[in-house]
Design a protein around this ligand. Structure first.
Ligand code: ADP
Length: 455
């Protein structure tokens, strides 16, 4: 500031000196005035330049982008410009840092597996991530500043939003939910800031489905166990209270043994299923001969056939080329014998049942069971491998079925990378095939040839 006064005084002195030199004593005063005017003019020009530069800086679109104009340099206005420039630079740096932090924060929210929606105090959408847009069917750009209640119209959500009590979450159908593909969302609101809300959404479709399946499963198992248990306790009561003759007692004990056998089969099947679900996938190191598997199936089929019908069935076995299958022996046997025993149980006496093994042209192996039984209507086929799904409930029970056989087959197939194919038509019998990948099949002749050529 002192420099400014010194410059001003020096300017006046110079003006008066020039006036005196040019016009003597009379020139001092006009010289002083002229010097003052020139100084003021130059000063004003500096201010105008500074203002122009400041305006240009303000109008620059991007913070941190430089205007083409240069600010005044030197003097008080130069210092003002310099300090302003430093303040602006600092402000830009802070702005860019905060912008980068905000972008990182938003990127983190974008990466969240949950839907995130930021609502203002009026309940309008300020921002939402892609997951939320997908969950609710929003357009992340177009729906900004739309009221959430106008976009999510589920009554449970509306009641939740207006209740103001956000201590628990609420489950609502997703924005793209259809009866064929239902989507369930768990939605939770959290209040923050001044009346703002954070809305989090989670896709719980799979969880809800698993929970529904668990409930159904428990209900089914309870039902399956309760029936033989009721029969058993009825017989026990009869035996305890009535003085029965020996033949009657023997008959009742026989029926009781049948019911307890039914429960035992059910428990065994349940244990097999849970073992299949819980154990690691079988590796390809263990090889089982298909001949042995088919021989065991044949034995089971023949004894079951004579047990169910004195006339028996016409059973045909085609063991095919001697092969080995990579997998767990008891799992493979359980799957194959389930198909074979089903064929025997559902085919009327004297019906034809063909059981075969063959190697397909591409090296895959196929185990096939074909029968001349009642056949299955098309609408049931996709559901046959569901637990406890039965087409013919009474036939299944009469022949000791648990409703779990094909569920076990499906699990064993999945664990061995194999495929279960079911072809059937009501009145024309059924054909169940298990197709194993080529990597799990080896023909024993081929092995023998290789070992001979190596010798
Ligand atoms: P289940 O113990 O009742 O036989 P499964 O899971 O083995 O249970 O089979 C499911 C249902 O598929 C059976 O209840 C039966 O209605 C039908 N089914 C299975 N195999 C045959 C077959 N070979 N012929 C006709 N129906 C069959």
């Amino acid at each position: 500031m002192i420099n400014r006064w010194i410059t001003f005084a020096a300017c006046l002195l110079l003006g008066s000196g020039v006036g005196w030199w040019l016009a003597g004593k009379d020139g001092i005063e006009p010289g002083l005035l002229l010097a003052g005017f020139v100084w003021l003019l130059l000063d004003t020009l500096q201010i105008v330049r500074l203002l122009k530069w400041l305006r240009a800086e303000q109008n620059a679109e991007e913070p941190g982008s430089l205007s083409s104009l240069s600010p005044p340099t030197g003097g008080m206005w130069g210092e003002v410009a310099d300090r302003t420039r430093r303040i602006l630079k600092n402000r830009d740096r802070h702005y860019q840092e905060s912008q980068a932090r905000l972008n990182e924060f938003l990127a983190a929210m974008q990466a969240s597996p949950n839907g995130v929606v930021l609502l203002d105090a009026e309940g309008r959408i300020e921002w939402c991530n892609q997951t939320a847009a997908q969950h609710f069917g929003f357009d992340a750009q177009r729906d900004v500043m739309q009221h959430i209640a106008n976009l999510v119209r589920d009554p449970a959500f509306t009641a939740y939003l207006s209740s103001g009590n956000f201590s628990r979450d609420v489950t609502i159908p997703g924005g793209r939910s259809t009866p064929a593909r239902p989507v369930k969302l768990a939605v939770h609101l959290h209040a923050y800031g001044r009346g703002r809300k954070l809305l989090l959404s989670r896709d719980v479709t799979a969880l809800e489905l698993a929970e529904a399946m668990r409930r159904d499963f428990v209900a089914n198992v309870s039902h399956e166990i309760r029936t033989p248990l009721t029969v058993l306790s009825g017989f026990i009561e009869t035996l305890q209270t009535l003085p029965l003759k020996e033949p009657e007692r023997t008959r009742y004990l026989g029926l009781m043994a049948q019911q307890s056998q039914r429960m035992q089969t059910l428990v065994n099947d349940l244990l097999t299923l849970s073992r299949l679900e819980g154990s690691p996938l079988p590796d390809t190191g263990e090889w089982v001969t298909t001949g042995a598997l088919l021989a065991q199936c044949e034995q089971e089929a023949r004894s079951l056939s004579t047990m169910l019908a004195p006339a028996g069935h016409r059973l045909e076995f085609e063991p095919g080329p001697p092969c080995e299958l990579a997998g767990v022996q008891n799992e493979l046997l359980s799957a194959m014998s389930n198909l074979v025993t089903n064929a025997v149980r559902y085919t009327p006496p004297s019906g034809l049942i063909k059981i075969s093994w063959r190697v397909l042209d591409d090296g895959r192996g196929e185990f096939q069971v074909q029968d001349t039984g009642p056949g299955i209507a098309a609408e049931h086929i996709p559901r046959l491998t569901e637990r406890f799904y039965r087409v013919d409930r009474s036939r299944s029970r009469e022949t000791g079925g648990t409703g779990l056989g094909l569920a076990i087959v499906k699990h064993v197939m999945q664990r061995h990378g194999a495929e279960l194919r079911i072809e059937s038509q009501p009145g024309h019998g059924s054909r169940f095939s298990m197709v194993f990948p080529a990597a799990r099949v080896r023909q024993l002749q081929a092995v023998a040839t290789i070992s001979t050529s190596l010798l």
